[in-house]
Each structure stands twice: as structure tokens, then as C-alpha cells.
Design a protein around this ligand. Sequence first.
Ligand code: F3S
Length: 392
Amino acid sequence: MYLTKEEERTYDGERGWTDQTCMKILVRLGELFNAAKLVRISSAHVSGVSYKTLGDAPAEFLETLANAGGKVRVRATLNPQSFDSEYLGRRLEQSLREKQLNVLKQFARMGFTESLTCTPYYLRKPKRGSHLAWAESSAVVYANSVVGAWTNREGGPSALAAAIIGKTPDYGIHKPENRLPKILVNVSTSLRNESEFGALGIHLGRLLKDEIPAIQGLGNTPETCLKQLSAALASTGMVNMFHLNKGAQTKTERLEKINVETKDVRKTVESLSTREQSEPDLVFIGCPHCSLGEIKEIALLMKDKKVNEKTEFWVCTSQCIKEKAREYVAQIEKSGGHVLAGVCTIVSWTEKLGIRTIMTNSAKTAYYAPTMNKAEVTFKPLKECLATAIRG
Ligand code: F3S
């Protein structure tokens, strides 16, 4: 892989051990994928921030990088952690809290923004055509497909290395020729809510593996539904983007075609529930993290209602959106719900809180919670989730 003189000096250790280590990670990755060079990025987003999913060895590696003076060169944001300080933090054992806080401290020492969200595009939207190194798969698909930015699906270490160097290897979806659709998906059914868009993503992820689709038949889809589609598509497959084929802009005549019918979506919806709907321990909304508009919608639906006292009701978002949504947060909390900033169900210790059954409108959470949270799941759209939170 071609390196500039400056990159070579970094590789040889002239800018210190942390930069050298990070450059070596990027060069190794680039050589693995036959990248010709590194490309500048405008931002990096690191996953593997929750101590629950990270564990001790990576946490120690972060500390070593920070001790050696590592500093980010671009805007660098972080995925959710394992608790929020206001609600879940108070219910967790001290030792876990300390370990999580130490992870955040190491990131802060290196200059990472404590965004703690999987929807960093709500905090600052990347420019169309800008190169990124993002590691949260739901955000990767959304950034490529909806925002129009360019990012591979990074792992935690490569996104971290890219943040420190300010560059990423120029391969995969950073090349225009690798962004073209390979398959035409015709959706011949009307999707009725965000959960059905998530189910479509789960179904397509399994079928497409890593083939970029042009999807037709979705009409004018709300952003929140595209977010659910993005998160779910990345859960079951390795696809990093999709095109919405609304007419002439994508040439599709020669592409292989697949059809998605009502029965495919319904069957996937059913398969994502492991239990019948009845008094879940937790009703969870906010995977991926909620936008301001979603929190407003929830607040309006919860107005003058009370959450059943046997049920926990969590709405997850970033601290930044929570602050902007103050009025709606107050409404949700008045009804007995909790708006949690910087955390989500999947990366938190729900088992330690006695949560065994979860109801959610998110296909991604429904897909992962049985293994990540050892929980039974009921998968339903937002309004049914809220009705259950109220009824218990
Ligand atoms: Fe975000 Fe957690 Fe879902 S990180 S995409 S809310 S699993």
C-alpha cells in the first residue's frame, strides 16, 4: 500500500507509539483488502464502548494507548455505554460502574466526544460524499444509504485507529464502483409501520449477505423507518448500504431480481417474537437511539397515561437529544417511563436488573436480545408497545 512520506514516518514510530500502533492497524487492514492508499476521513465513530461487551483486555489496551499520549485527529464519537448515570447507574454494583467509567475516561483522554449514541448523525450530519470510518453497523448503513456519506463497516479497533490517524484504507465502499447495486429488490407489499421495515431488513440481510440492493416499492418512507431498515439489514447480513430505487436514478435492467411479499414480512415479524405478548418486565423503545421527533411522538402518545407499576418503560437516546427534548422527556417521565441517555438495552446489564422479558418495536433488539440479554422477546410496533407499557 502506498504511504506518503509523513505516513511512513508515523509507521516508523516518529510520532510516538500510539500513532505507530494505529498506523500499523490501518496498513494491515488496507493490505488485507488491497487498498492502494489511505484516504482522509471527516469523522470516526467507535463501537465497543460498553464495558459489558468490551471486557478487560480491550479496556487495558485503551488505557495503554491513552497513556502513550494518543489523541484523535478528527471528530470522533462513541457508541452507547452500559448504564446511564441517572437511573441504571444507581442500580448497578460499584465495581462495574468503576470499570465502565474508566473506559470512558480513557476515551476522553484521547479526545473522543462523549456522544454515547448509535445515531451520531443526529448530533452532526456528515456531508454527502464525505469519507468516514464508522463502526456501528446500523449507523454505517444509514450513513451510506440515507445521508450519502461513505464508510466501510469498521470494527472497534480500526475505527479507533482511524480516529487517531485521521485516515482509513481506501477500499470497499470508499470506491465508487463498489457502491453500485448488485440486485434489485421489489417490495410488493405495503409496510405498515417501523417494525415491518425492521422485519424487511432482517429478511433482506439473510438473503443478500453482502450484495448491495436497489430497493423499489417503498414509496416515500419516513426517516425513522429507514433507520429501522438499516439497523436490521446490518444485523443479519454484511450489506453496508442500499439504494432506494424511486425511478430513473438507478440503472437496474440487468440486475438479478428478488421479490418480497406480504407473507415474507409477516413471517419475519412472527419469527422475531419468542413469546406471546403478556406483561413484559421491560418495554424498550430506542434501538437505534431515538430522534427528537420520535421522543415527541412517544410523549404525545403517553400524555395523561400511566405506566403499569410492574413494567419498566425505557426510551433510549443520546444526552444531546435528551436535552433538546426536555419538555417531552418530562411528559414521558410524568407517565412513569424513563428516558435514558447514552445507553441501550442490548449493551446494558438487564439480567442483573431482573429483566427476563422484553417488548420492543426494534427488529435489531428483537434479534439480539435472546442471546445478548438472555431474555424472551415480544416484537410489536410502537403503539402496541406503548399500550402494553400502560396496561402492563
Ligand atoms: Fe444502538 Fe444499542 Fe440498538 S447501540 S443500534 S440501541 S443495539
